[in-house]
Design a binder for this molecule. Structure first.
Ligand code: FES
Length: 94
């Protein structure tokens, strides 16, 4: 096994899980939000903020769910329209 220190200061994991017969983040616009945040982070904060598409975070009825590190914070009931507010929060956390 090999370990390496992560260079990224902030990592967020956005649930994109799809459930066929139940409430899920995918049905609430998670892909749209993830794509926009990934593009923004790559263009404006490469090496500082990394955005990942994740599987279920166990908060399906309260999605879209986003796990934020190193803050150890879970954002719930996020909507794609919250994009600007999330960007602002991430910038302030740097
Ligand atoms: S489907 Fe997103 S938290 Fe479960």
């Amino acid at each position: 096994m090999k370990t390496e220190k992560l260079k990224t200061e902030i990592q967020i994991f956005i649930c994109n899980h799809k459930r066929d017969h139940d409430e899920c983040c995918a049905d609430k616009g998670a892909k749209e939000l993830t794509d926009k945040l990934k593009k923004w982070a790559k263009e404006e904060h490469k090496g500082e903020i990394k955005v990942y598409r994740s599987g279920c975070l166990g908060k399906c009825s309260e999605g879209i769910a986003i796990a934020c590190y190193p803050e150890k914070k879970l954002l719930l009931e996020v909507e794609p329209e919250d994009y600007k507010e999330i960007k602002q929060g991430l910038k302030e956390a740097l």
